[in-house]
Design a protein around this ligand. Sequence first.
Ligand code: ADP
Ligand code: ASP
Ligand code: MG
Length: 420
Amino acid sequence: MARIVMKFGGTSMAGTERILKVADLVRAQQLRGHEVAVVVSAMAGETDRLINFCREASWLYDPAEYDVVVASGEQVTSGLLAIALQALGAKARSWLGWQLPIRTVEAHAKARVDSIDADALIAEMQQGVIAVIPGFQGMSDDGRITTLGRGGSDTSAVAVAAAVKADRCDIYTDVDGVYTTDPRIVAKARKLRHVTYEEMLELASVGAKVLQTRSVGLAMKEGVRIQVLSSFIDDDAPAADSLPGTMIVSDDELEGMDMERQLITGIAHDKNEAKITLTRVPDKPGAVADIFGPLAQAAINVDMIIQNVGRDKGETDVTFTVPAADLARSLDLLEAAKEKIGFNRIIPDTNVAKISVVGVGMKSHAGVAAKMFKALAERGVNIIAISTSEIKVSVLIEEDYTELAVRVLHTAYGLDAVEA
Ligand code: ADP
Ligand code: ASP
Ligand code: MG
């Protein structure tokens, strides 16, 4: 017997027919004798729809009330799945984030899971009750509903798996594993049998949305075993000991498998970045701190930063990127600090994308970045900004070139699947 957390994403929960199929997969796992908890997303498109309502109500909405609105999508699907499971003869009940509770800290709309009281949950699971938990949502210190940021149901699932000490967290989605790049963009992308936590963390953080970044960080810290697999299968849920998807493993585990390691693991793209340029910022100590201080205080993540060479008269342009979802608030905060910072104009631009290559092999190999710049230059793709880490190189480009850039790099690093 194993204890398994099964997580189903938006496409897997998109409508009653899909939910009935999910109920079959979950019930099959229980009938094999396993204890099961399920974490579900809202129906595909629902969270976007709810966010739009908030924007229509006010462009600068209150994040706490936004959470009240957007958390409702998962409430619907968790109730529906519990009903579907009961119809199959299973004992099942839903547990909303505030009922367990799943306690969270930090900002609304991007809260972090702090702790989960799992005793009641474990007791019910041991009685054969399937716990259905809405992903994405939690409760703040002062008892308000919070959400964990886009894609946050993955993190809910890993947090629940850690809290109930599950043997594994199976993340069911609409692809059958983690690929060398988004298989919807590159038909020749290859499925990876294993990815290390470190590589998956980096891939997720630069836009491979198959897993939310925080879910991977949490799994790494808590030692949760994750498998990514497809819910779009004809037969029953795969037996607990068969692993058809991609396993996220530790570096040591992978070493032990004695497999050939690739220099580059994968390529990711992110269209959800926005570029902001402030022109004619005074070129003096403290100017940059005045720009980024208010953004940091508002928990807005600044990613790439370029300070252009100072022009005459001791002025310089500063360009940086923020998540597109935070653009309106960033512009607002910068306008408010205009006098203090002393810039001339703000130029926002959402027509950008970040393309990143990731691989642990980079630690010991030079030339990865040079190959990237050359491959893009040969296809006429202009690079606006660059950033690197130990196992990643990212470039910012014009959004229209995203697909082309990903394909070109996938080929350049020898990742294309060999046609059968
Ligand atoms: P869910 O609704 O199940 O959470 P998501 O849409 O969040 O699903 O994530 C799955 C999607 O991630 C896939 O449909 C795929 O287009 C995308 N994706 C991006 N990069 C990768 C990758 N490297 N491997 C697999 N899927 C990827
Ligand atoms: N429904 C939320 C979203 O779309 C959370 C999730 O699906 O993981 O971001
Ligand atoms: Mg997702």
